[in-house]
Every structure is written in C-alpha cells, then in structure tokens.
Design a binder for this molecule. Sequence first.
Ligand code: HSE
Length: 447
Amino acid sequence: MKPIQVGLLGMGVVGSGTFNVLLRNQEEIKRRAGRGIEITMVADLDVARAQSLVGVDVKVVNDARAVIANPDIAIVIELIGGYGIAKTLVLEAIAAGKHVVTANKALLAVHGTEIFAAASAKGVMVAFEAAVAGGIPIIKALREGLTANSIQWIAGIINGTTNFILSEMRDKGLDFNVALQDAQRLGYAEADPTFDIEGVDAAHKITIMSAIAFGIPVQFNKAYIEGITKLSATDIKYAEQLGYRIKLLGITKRTVNGIELRVHPSLVPSKRLIANVEGAMNAVMVQGDAVGTTLYYGKGAGSEPTASAVIADLVDITRLHTADAAQRVPHLAFQPNAMSDLHVLPMSEVVTSYYLRLRVADEAGVLTKVTGILAATGISIDAMLQREADEVRAEGAVAGNVQVAQTDLIILTHDCVEAKMNAALAQMQALPTVLEPITRIRKEELA
Ligand code: HSE
C-alpha cells in the first residue's frame, strides 16, 4: 500500500523533531501502522530554512492553505500554536476532509467544542496527544487505558518551565525572579514566559484532561488560575520543614457538588512520588475507582519527546482512517451525545486544606486572636510552626535592635471550603498585630 501523505504546518522545534523521528524510525513505524507515513509537504514562513531541514524531496511552501488544498494529503499536522490563524487553518483542514494532528493546547482548551463538532460532522479525526504533557501518553491513558474507571481526580505537574523554576528556588534558596532569569538563560522559559509562570499553559492542559476524564465540554473560561510569581523562597523553606514541597499543580476533581478545575501552587507531601519530580519534567497522577492511583512521568516538552506524541497520533489515524467513524475513540473519550452537564465549581466552593504564613507582632495574645478567628470560622488547625524570619533576624543584627519584635506564624489547616478561608483571612488580615499581607497556599495530600 502506498504511504499515507502528511502535510506539516510550522517547521519549528517540534516540526523538525517530527520529521526526523519519522524518518529515523520509518521502518518500525510502518510495521506498526500497516503502511508508510510520509511528510510530503511543509508550510513555513521561512521556506529556505525549512527546505534545508527536510531536503529536496519534500515540497516546502510559505502558504499553509496550499498544503490543505493538496488532494494527496490525508493528514495535516498543525504546529503553529495560538488561537489565531491556527484555528482558521484547523477548521479549513477539517472542512477539506483532512484529519488533523495538533499540539495546540490553547486552541483546544478554548475552542475545542467547536473544533471537535466540526470534525465529527465531517467524519475526520482531530488528534492531540502532544497537547498535554508532551511525550507522556496521558491522553491515550485517560481515553483508552483507564476507560473502565470512574475517574475521581487528576493532579499534574504539567508545565516544565515552572517546575524547573520551583526546583531551583528550593535547591538553591533563590527568589522567584532570580530563578526565572536562570530558566530564561538556560532556554527553558520563553522570552515572554507569561503563559507558563501565570499558570495559563497548565490551565489549558488540565482543562483538556478534565473534559476527557469526566465527559464534560472543554471550559477553559471556568478554570481557576494562579501562577507562581508570588511564591517566596521563605515559604518553600517553611513547607519543607513541615514535610512538604511546593509544586504548581493542575487539578481536576469530581465532587458531589460539581467538578473542580484549578491551577495553583500547592503543598504536596514530600514523600509522594510526584513531589520528587524535579527540573523541567512533567508528571500526572490519575485516581480511578477501579485502578486506584496511577502516575505518568516524562518530558513534557522538547523536540523529539513532543514528536513522539505527534507520531503516535499519525499512527493511530493511519490505522483507523478507513474504519467506520462510529468505531473510533471519541475525541473526548465519551460519545458526543453522552456528554455530561456537570458544572464546574467556582473557586469559593472548592474544598481543600491550606498553608498560611502570617508575619505578626511577637507579643502576648496574638496567637489566641489568630486561632480564635479560625475556630470561630469552623476551620480546624492541623499543624503550626513559629519561626523568626531570616530577614527579621538579619535586620535586627544590623540595626542592633528591631522596633517591633516580629515573627512568622505558619499554620496548616484541615480541609475547609474556600469561602470560609476567604472570610477568615479577611478577619485575620484586619488584626493590627498582623504586619504584612498573609500568604495563603493551598495544600493537597494526594492520598
Ligand atoms: N511551555 C511548556 C512547559 C511546554 O514549560 O512545559 C509546552 O507546553
């Protein structure tokens, strides 16, 4: 059988990785897919550079629509990224009857419902393993490997840039800005790392996983998103003293009231495997009612790790494209007419536990006032530490004395609903003996 022909839009890091791995492993891939898979046409604005990467046998153009219009191309790989032209091209490729492979999590998290509906109507597949956690086959695991389960929750380190920054902060005691500069110098973070450090990239990915896990539409606009920019080395150190590490987690959870969908820094017990995922690596925990807890670990970005996921999708499509569309794995794991309308909870209704740090005047009665507010709000304390902050000690040593004796109170709470914690925080913050904005970091036991 003749090889299936593939068109590639965007010859960047992942595009060249895809081309190279497909070429290098072509024989094995052919034995798996049942026929050869060949990239025969590439669109990139820098035609000369792209041509030098793919050689003379591949047609390179600067117009993505020329690839979509080519009747010999059966699959279009979209590696342009973003919600703009990428969305138009994906919809045009679908309309032209092409199957689509994309690594574009932003596009699917925001416009997935429209794109999957268009693909289903046209009878084509949109495959997106590379969109979530790079080389980790988490989409395959959720949609197929765990299909027997009622999924209870997913918690993932799904942004390598922020995990690298947090690892540096913990290892070297660096503050966020210094660790970010290191990440940029080493090429982990983009020149504009906003989507990474503000948690948006992780929110795109957890939105997609949430939809697949619970059979709900992709609803990025309902995700709660908090990044790592306000984290201090002090909190990382105190967390460690209490037996925890701080990770940026994407979390989605089924509760009796609805679905939790959130990204924020979280304390995780140091003894959990996921707490020990360091550097730019990714890891995803999935809890299913039958299987229990499972953990998936690997590279979440990079040329060939992401190419590994793109090519897995190419093989899937090559095997299935002649099959009856009804027999294919649904885009979001559940049949389109069997999706659920479970609603996504606002953050105020999420139940979790907390780490609090209060810089307080070190005088009689302060602790009673703080714990009194927690008690009156119905929030139960799990553990407490009192520490003289390093910088307070240092200032005191230089100045010879400190005007107001200060100390850090660190409190771990048991689970409570976020609205209660917000109310308690407002009251504690209003105490004249609380000297600085209170730090609140959520805590997940992941048991
Ligand atoms: N910027 C992402 C990360 C990689 O740092 O993990 C692509 O999603």
